[in-house]
Design a binder for this molecule. Structure first.
Ligand SMILES: Nc1ncnc2c1ncn2[C@@H]1O[C@H](COP(=O)(O)OP(=O)(O)OP(=O)(O)O)[C@@H](O)[C@H]1O
Ligand SMILES: [Mg+2]
Length: 245
């Protein structure tokens, strides 16, 4: 029996005149529980749009998404968002807030508006601190996010995505712009979440070498379609056939 945590059936977004096609143009794929998948493709291929569609942020005109066997609808979306965390391209942090406050924002989805009026409880704060410590940022917890380096901000974004203990982590270019050491630290963190906690990871990367080093499977997107889905062997050759826009 299959154990798919993510299933995309013929996903299609609205037609875009400037592209002469929909951004997602018939996406079909299945991702198994506990897989580490890398999403590759040229700029504008539709990778971010595909990831965002998995947390219900992209209007679809056709197709269906199932997460853990549950079809995504406005009614099922809140429960799905508790299982799936997204690390946005560029981090998506609130710059004026401290590191710990940004991490705590990851808890907002589990709170009612009423509860948020009272601020976050001690348990949540301890959990956030614990995550920051695991990611090597304990001393920076109270520092404004705008005063952190890019790599440190990326790790705050990871802590924010992890505070709700997701089963599935979607990461959009988590290492873009980071130095070699920070890249390795972030990839190592993702790898440990995968191997030690069995988390399903889908990450967009642009570095084919790092993709092959960490991921078990590659999905290559080109002009809104999946053009390759398989092992991470010889990825360079797959890229030479992509359409340049
Ligand atoms: N809201 C929108 N309206 C119209 N076009 C959009 C919208 N969002 C994205 N696009 C276009 O859709 C295409 C795919 O965008 P997307 O952000 O998914 O690409 P990507 O593969 O993540 O690229 P990159 O590697 O540069 O991050 C791009 O050509 C982009 O200009
Ligand atoms: Mg993108």
């Amino acid at each position: 029996m299959n154990d798919y945590v993510i299933e995309c059936h013929n996903l299609e977004t609205a037609y875009v005149n400037s592209l002469n096609r929909p951004i997602l143009n018939g996406i079909n794929c299945q991702i198994n529980r506990g897989e580490f998948v890398v999403l590759l493709g040229l700029n504008g291929a539709g990778k971010s749009t595909l990831l965002r569609s998995l947390v219900g942020l992209v209007p679809l005109v056709k197709g269906e998404i199932q997460i853990n066997g549950v079809t995504m609808t406005p009614r099922t979306l809140p429960a799905i968002r508790r299982d799936v965390s997204m690390l946005f391209q560029g981090g998506g942090l609130i710059r004026q807030l401290s590191a710990i406050e940004n991490v705590l924002c990851g808890r907002l989805g589990t709170k009612t508006t009423w509860q948020t009026l009272f601020g976050f409880g001690r348990r949540d704060r301890l959990l956030a601190l614990d995550l920051l410590e695991q990611l090597g940022l304990k001393e920076f917890a109270e520092q404004k996010t705008s005063q952190l380096s890019g790599g440190q901000q990326q790790r705050v974004a990871i802590a924010r995505a992890l505070i709700q203990s997701p089963q599935i982590l979607l990461a959009d270019e988590p290492i873009t712009g980071l130095d070699v050491i920070a890249c390795q630290q972030v990839m190592q963190t993702l790898s440990e979440l995968h191997s030690q906690q069995g988390m399903t990871i889908v990450t967009v990367l642009h570095d084919l070498g790092i993709a092959a080093e960490y991921a078990q499977r590659a999905i290559v997107v080109d002009a809104g379609c999946i053009v390759y889905d398989g092992a991470c062997d010889n990825l360079q050759a797959k890229f030479s056939q992509l359409s340049q826009v």
